[in-house]
Design a protein around this ligand. Sequence first.
Ligand code: NAD
Length: 511
Amino acid sequence: MALSDKQVSLNYADLLQRSRDAFDSGKTRPIEWRIGQLKQLARMLRETSADAVAAVASDLRKNKFETFLTEIDYILEEITHTLAHIKEWSATSKPSKGLANLFDSVEIRNDPYGVVLIIGTWNYPIQISLLPLVGAIAAGNCVIIKPSEMSMATSKYLSENFPKYMDTECYHIVTGGIEKTTELLKQRYDYIFYTGSTTVGKIVRDAANVHLTPVTLELGGKSPVYIDNTVDMTMAAKRIMWGKCVNSGQTCIAPDYILCTPEVQDKFIEEARKILKEWYGENPEMSADLARLISDKHYNRLVNFLNGNGKIAIGGNVNPKEKYISPTILIDVKQTDPIMQEEIFGPILPIININDANEAIKFIKSREKPLALYIFSQNKEIISTFLNKTSSGNALVNDTILHCAVETLPFGGVGHSGIGAYHGKYSYDTFTHKKGCLIRNYNKVAESLSQNRFPPYTDKKLTLLRLLLKKRNIPFMKYLPTLLIFGLGMLTIVIVQAALKEFEYTEERKV
Ligand code: NAD
């Protein structure tokens, strides 16, 4: 029996309350407990990997190779990295302090936010739901995950297996489409982590604003590629075409379009033609290595781009029954063409001709800030001009996609491509409130230093206070209390010795 909206809402409120109770019980606080849950997540991925591969294949016809590379192993590596650093990341840090706090303890504590909502999308249906979860668990939060309804088989795989391995009070998977997500978003969370389109990102942010809930928005956009004539074109074309063909271009950081001169374009097309034949044979549709598009709607949107957007230089073959579009390169594309107005998110790669790097930079800057920027050049000056003059979530020189596999780099957008970043320590920090703590005591010396703040206010007190509060760059400030105590100790010894000498001298004179 289907639940009414009111019942769904009540269920979500109940789920949230149960998660909050679990969080408030302090269960997630011990680091060892979090480590245990991360290990359980890794166990689930290892023991159910065959089911995971089958689920992703059913949703996207993604092959085992890509599912291990971009979903299962990718998350397992993130868990390994997190387990290796969790104690160091969660340790209370002691930042430097000024003269006024010489006798105080100044600390930054890592507080979990509480109950986190993670909303995922379908293109990497396991990775997008579970990768942020790793950081959320490590930081000590309770989590509700809403995978995409578009990748139905994977949602089912997750909701069936997840509760068998993970703590069922703290971690939950909720399935459903837009209506259920809308209901889910009416609840009050302590943090919302959303991955998906910029349009829905705005809806999520509006919902979060009602309760001033902090958000991370991992969005999309058009990621440009610039190529100049200094590159090794065989290598460059392979790296670009792999970025476009992996998951059939349904990757948030897939190269969206190319900016190059007509001369570079000819070389690129020649190489791309050879590479595609080498990788996928005469008829790429027969290859087991190309994923399919997620839905008819998505397929139709992409097929429309094959007409009225320049000329097809390579590919352009389609099969609606299979939701298949062959890897396609379009030339003579104008920046006003429909394909240049939205993120492509499929295996079609348009080329826009420009005259030089400056024109490419101007083009990129005239549009929304991309999630990724790809610069293919061996000219150091050109590379640094791009890096200095453009703004993008991430930038990668002479390759595509691979920056997301560097766990020490923040991954995220800027402007319309997103808010916030994650991966590795950045995930841990995303789900952590950095609580600054000042811990004072009843030390008499400290009190004599700071008592000038109390009324009645006088000019003398103000002068002393300003002297005390003045920021100084003293390199050994950290050691000042120790030095002071050492100094006081030495002074006491000198005074005691002098007093003893004086006593002996008086005694001698008496004798
Ligand atoms: P989608 O349709 O699966 O939507 C994402 C989530 O939002 C789903 O869980 C869905 O239920 C929910 N949703 C959809 N419409 C909603 C609404 N009106 N109200 C509330 N919730 C709603 O995914 P999509 O939007 O097609 O995702 C593709 C986009 O995601 C692309 O733009 C891509 O670039 C981006 N993306 C970004 C990253 C990243 O890390 N930055 C990763 C993957 C995908």
